[in-house]
Every structure is written in C-alpha cells, then in structure tokens.
Design a protein. Structure first.
Length: 125
C-alpha cells in the first residue's frame, strides 16, 4: 500500500515559485546567448579570417596548392564558388564552415562541409 502523503498539492504558491525558476533559466539562457554572440567574430572579408588564423597568404596558397597571387585575388573577390570558399576556409584551419541566413525571421544554417559530401556522391553516380 502506498502512502499518498509523499505527494505535494500543486497550488498557486508552488506555481509562482516554479515560474520564478523558469524565469531564472530563461535569463541564464539569454546571458549565455549574449556571451556566444560577443565571442563571435564578424569577418568583413576573407583576409580577416586569414588574419584570425594568424596565417600569411603564402601559407594559405601552399595549403590550397595555388600561388600567393591567386590567394590575393580570392581575398579581393566579391563573388566565388562555394567550393572555392570552402577550400580557403579549410586552408585557414577553420573547424567548421557554414553560412547563416535569416529567411522570414527564421535562422537557417547551411553546412558547407555537407555540400562537399553531396558533390562527392553525385560525381560517383
């Protein structure tokens, strides 16, 4: 036989306390989100990414198998293939590469690494 005295009756006081806890958790999530945003580095161009990686154009060129002058042109381009962008980012040692867009208020992230796998699969077919 079980003892029902172990159960607590949920009343307005309990719910008010629970709401306070949920509010504290929401505040914590907001602070964590703000910290992540502050830690984020916004790059105006590719050279900013290379500088953050503390690499020279020559080092990027060697990693990509191209000439330094080609890296200079890449960094000045306003338009390039996603595969070229991914190659550059990999050469900088980027741990993950993605593009984030906001569509109708919804944040959508495109993982560039997944595009490489899709391209590899389509070339095998």
């Amino acid at each position: 036989m079980s003892d029902i005295s172990n159960f607590v009756e949920v009343d307005d006081t309990f719910m008010a306390r629970f709401a306070d806890v949920r509010g504290i958790n929401a505040d914590r999530r907001k602070r964590e989100s703000a910290q992540i945003e502050m830690d984020r580095v916004y790059a105006a161009n590719l050279s900013a990414i290379r500088n953050a990686a503390q690499l020279t154009q020559n080092e990027i060129a060697a990693s990509m198998g191209i000439k330094q002058s080609a890296v200079s042109r890449l960094e000045g381009q306003s338009d390039m293939l996603l595969s070229t962008l991914l190659g550059y980012l990999n050469a900088t040692g980027a741990e993950s590469a993605s593009i984030v867009v906001v569509v109708h208020g919804q944040r959508v992230e495109l993982d560039l690494e997944s595009l490489r796998h899709i391209k590899a699969l389509s070339s095998q077919a």
